[in-house]
Design a protein around this ligand. Structure first.
Ligand code: ZN
Length: 278
């Protein structure tokens, strides 16, 4: 059974600086974010797949002002699939370097946040081979991300997934939208999922789609027995013109029966043959 953990103890623990307090006071009337309390995810939800768990977790943590990253994966089953993932707050995990000496080493926005959890697939009752979340540490050491301007958006919230990709392909190819239009469209067409996506994310995704398609074209050419670097691609058979009608063509007469053709491989290949014209 999942241990019942009171979520109400995990917010408002970090003393805010005066500047942050002022910012919050200024922003509160226009953007009330009292629901962003860095709450840990619910532990009573069972998911059929890790992907389903991940998607729900992402939506939940976004609503709480933090992002989750995968630390490691383990416990492979006999088919090689993982049955456990260690997850943590995107501001924690590896690659945290302290800035306590005022040195700005890189652009890391990590704070060494201790928030940890695991996603496990359990066979035993009542899990029935489903996935669920176990929160190991529910505390954060930073403020929630509320989307205010000037604050670095967690990379996870800028990632465009399959649904966004499909939308982009259609709106880019068929509707011929500009980069600006695509970015705005993506932000408003998927609920809150892509609200933090930037133009550069859309530009990178369009470039990736193009690369993937080029690779697919090359792979199709290779499968058709052609080298990958040809200057042309192949028209699908359904679009090719019908073969020309058969016409009677006079054939060369067959060789007379019993004709002996000397095998050139059995001859001497001497260039000084005595039947030369020279
Ligand atoms: Zn955190």
């Amino acid at each position: 059974m999942a241990p019942p953990k009171g979520p109400q103890i995990h917010y408002q623990q970090i003393p805010t600086t005066l500047q942050q307090q002022q910012q919050q006071q200024q922003q509160q009337p226009q953007r009330p974010n009292f629901q962003m309390a860095l709450l840990p995810p619910p532990q009573d939800r069972l998911y059929p797949t890790f992907e389903a768990l991940q998607a729900d977790l992402k939506a939940f943590t976004r609503s709480q002002g933090y992002a989750i990253v995968t630390l490691s994966s383990l416990n492979r089953d006999i088919e090689g699939r993982y049955r456990r993932y260690n997850l943590c707050c995107a501001k924690g995990g590896k690659n945290y370097t302290s800035h306590s000496k005022g040195l700005r080493a890189g652009r890391s926005t990590k704070t060494g946040c201790p928030m940890r959890m695991k996603a496990v697939q359990e066979k035993a009752w009542p899990y029935g081979d489903k996935w669920h979340v176990i929160v190991q540490c529910a505390e954060h050491n930073h403020e929630p991300f509320t989307g205010e301007p000037g604050v670095v958006v967690p990379a996870q919230f800028r990632k465009i997934e399959q649904d966004g990709m499909r939308w982009l392909i259609i709106m880019h190819r068929e509707a011929q939208l500009s980069l600006r239009q695509l970015t705005i469209g993506l932000r408003i067409s998927f609920g809150e999922k892509y609200q933090y996506v930037k133009k550069s994310d859309v530009r990178n995704m369009l470039a990736k789609i193009k690369r993937d398609e080029d690779r697919k074209t090359a792979a199709a050419a290779a499968a058709a027995g052609l080298p990958a670097n040809l200057p042309y691609t192949l028209l699908p058979p359904s679009h090719q013109p019908p073969p020309p009608p058969l016409q009677h063509v006079e054939q060369m007469p067959p060789l007379p029966e019993g004709l002996q053709v000397p095998d050139p491989d059995l001859e001497s290949d001497d260039e000084d043959g005595d039947d030369d014209d020279e």
